[in-house]
Design a protein around this ligand. Structure first.
Ligand SMILES: *Cc1c(COP(=O)(O)O)cnc(C)c1O
Length: 439
């Protein structure tokens, strides 16, 4: 009845007459679309591998299977199988995290924002935390270091300047109120030119002298080096720990390639305090994600297999000739689907990691460079194309660059699905682009 009312209201508003059959049919399709999930699977052809707005990391099959199994079954989540008593849910991944990072102890929460908030609240509520002015990051959304600091109940003490912070700046700011020294990885920007920052190594000496913990928020963090993919190295978690950080925080769904999570690794006594903080309970990870995290971390035990199994690293390491071959196979068919209104060329483009890792680095890639055949109303035609691709059953997300619509093929694995999806391509002005699709 609601659907029929909606259809009739809409018809009245548009002043059109509907037959009973037409109204019934429209109501039925209205209901069908209301039933459809509002979660849309999309093709991420933006060239940004870890796109925060598109859900960041795609999980490995192993992680998907592990999550599937725990969703269908009762599991020993907080239950000690040997003794039959109560156990700790973190135990499922603690040893693995320690082994992979060299940390003494480890714990995990909902995401890295929570990890930072919980760490600061535990170490420095009612006290102060010293941070360089060059590292007062905003990650996007509501994650701004000064705000997180305030939410944690800690007082932010900024030292140095935007481009230069010295050892003595930290040293002079330390007093009886100081709860922690914080180093923040400048995930999504670089300050270049006349710059100076204090290494974690030096900071750890200062922190130890004053018996104050040093926290290093790595953001993405990674367990393996990135130079093997032709990218500048991001700091690995084990390097940050061996440089002397007492605690290191990092994300689960950035370069680690797992589900959303935030890890805190480092000194056992500090982790114990964190685990006792009542806030921790409000940030805990559920069994589905714990299972997926464990399976993801296990892949790191076998570095040879890791790159092939983890979609994030598969995309990062994908050979350019392989992408080119994919583009060559698909181009004629895509051109046929889009029709004479558009020219589809195979061209060079540049991918990036995304989600605040190696922000200024790009990886050479290949994609479709699509231009309207008619130069008149070019901008409008490009926007129309972007809209039409976003209206597909599985929206295809690309980007507009230099008067062209670019689809980077680095992250496209399912070529057959991509083509089947394109069969539904129509532009708004009724121009069903395709003659009859590819022969
Ligand atoms: C991404 C990031 C965060 C937030 O991590 P989420 O997992 O998105 O909550 C915090 N700090 C830094 C430096 C980051 O790069």
């Amino acid at each position: 009845m609601d659907a029929i009312r909606d259809v009739l209201d809409d018809a009245r508003a548009r002043e059109v007459m509907l037959s009973a059959d037409e109204a019934a049919q429209m109501a039925a399709s209205h209901m069908a679309s209301e039933q459809a999930s509002s979660i849309k699977v999309v093709y991420n052809l933006t060239g940004t591998i870890l796109h925060t707005n598109l859900g960041r990391a795609i999980l490995a099959e192993e992680a998907v299977e592990a999550a599937d199994k725990v969703m269908r079954n009762a599991i020993a989540l907080e239950y000690d199988i040997t003794g039959g008593g109560r156990g700790e849910r973190d135990d499922i991944v603690r040893d693995l995290l320690c082994r992979l990072t060299g940390a003494e102890d480890a714990t995990l929460v909902n995401n890295n924002a929570a990890a930072v908030l919980l760490t600061l609240n535990t170490l420095a509520a009612g006290r102060s935390v010293i941070v360089s002015r060059g590292e007062l990051i905003e990650i996007g959304g509501a994650f701004r270091m000064p705000d997180i600091m305030a939410s944690a109940g800690a007082k932010l003490v900024e030292v140095g300047t935007t481009n230069r912070t010295h050892y003595r700046d930290y040293e002079n700011a330390i007093n009886a109120e100081t709860g922690a020294l914080l180093k923040v990885h400048t995930s999504n920007y670089r300050i270049e030119g006349f710059t100076k920052s204090v290494s974690a190594n030096d900071l750890s000496t200062l922190a130890a002298e004053h018996n104050i913990p040093l926290v290093d928020d790595l953001g993405s963090g990674t367990l393996i080096g990135l130079s093997q993919f032709g990218l500048p190295d991001e700091p690995t978690v084990s390097k940050a720990l061996s440089a002397g950080a007492d605690l290191v925080t990092f994300s689960g769904d950035k370069l680690l390639g797992g589900p959303q999570a935030g890890f805190i690794v480092g000194r056992r006594d500090l982790i114990a305090n964190i685990n006792k903080n009542p806030m921790k309970r409000a940030m805990r990870v559920d069994k589905i994600r714990l299972a997926a995290i464990e399976a993801t971390l296990r892949l790191y035990q076998d570095p040879e297999r890791l790159i092939a199994r983890l979609p994030t690293y598969r995309a990062l390491s994908r050979n350019i000739d392989d992408i080119k071959a994919c583009a060559g196979r698909l181009a004629p068919k895509v051109a046929a689907y889009l029709g004479a209104q558009f020219s589809v060329e195979v061209g060079a483009c540049e991918s990036q990691v995304g989600s605040g890792a190696a922000p200024t680095a790009t990886l050479p890639s290949v994609g479709f460079v699509i231009r309207p055949a008619c130069r008149q109303h070019e901008g409008q035609a490009l926007q129309g194309l972007a809209d039409a691709l976003r209206s597909l059953p599985a929206p295809v997300i690309g980007r507009i660059k230099s008067q062209a619509f670019v689809l980077d093929l680095r992250c496209l694995e399912d070529e057959a699905g991509f083509l089947a999806n394109l069969e539904q391509f129509t532009t708004k002005d009724g121009g069903v682009g395709r003659g009859a699709g590819p022969a």
